[in-house]
Design a protein around this ligand. Sequence first.
Ligand code: MN
Length: 265
Amino acid sequence: MKILVTNDDGFHAPGLWAAVEALKDVGQVFVVAPDRDQSGVGASLSLRRPLRAYEMAPLVSGGQDKIVAYSVEGTPADSSVLALESLVGPVDLVVSGINQGSNLGEDVLISGTVGAAFQGYVRGYPAVAISVGAITDTRFEVASAFLHLLGIGLAQGSPVPATLMNVNIPNEPIEAIEGVQVTRLGRRSYSESVTSEQDGKHTYYKINRGTAVYQQEEQAEGTDTWALLHKNISVTPLYTALTDMERMPAVEEIFQEYSHKLLGR
Ligand code: MN
């Protein structure tokens, strides 16, 4: 069994190697990860420059088969694509993480962790984006145990959905975890602010990530945000349908007007 492990926190991030440690006795692990922290780059691909990948010594040893590791001068999604289309080829499972910091609600649209897993999912492989709800003092042991079980299950023929599973783990010891919930995305966005400075010739800008804003009406039980706030492991199956079906009739009405005006009929 071949497993691709990637991330967006970068090749040297401890969470990446916690994932490798959890999976190395389950199958052959291939690590293909960006050379530096790329959190927040989403699913972006580097289409305008050549990509270099360097074979590296793995930062954990042992394992069922030799661990093969590459550091990529590119984005998380670049790393996934490079792995699946060239360096590694087809795999049985794509794991992206273990990310330091949760990826809940609207985070999935900018998350590099999800972006890398997405490239596995669109190629038909089961893909897991896995994050722990703390940026510092992150505990990886529950996420590792979760990945280990998933890997063993897959190796023994248990069904793993060929979908993109966004997994978030509370930053708690196993005794404090309430349960595992399959959830829908809640609403959580950030109040970004922009500051600017002068370099003598031009103005340059910095986008500052603000604190998380939780949309109250979406904090219901059954959402990923609720699950994590209540110390549950959250598993959200994601797919690419972003169409707002609920608002479609209202939008259609408005654009029928525009259509008449534009076409004169
Ligand atoms: Mn990250």
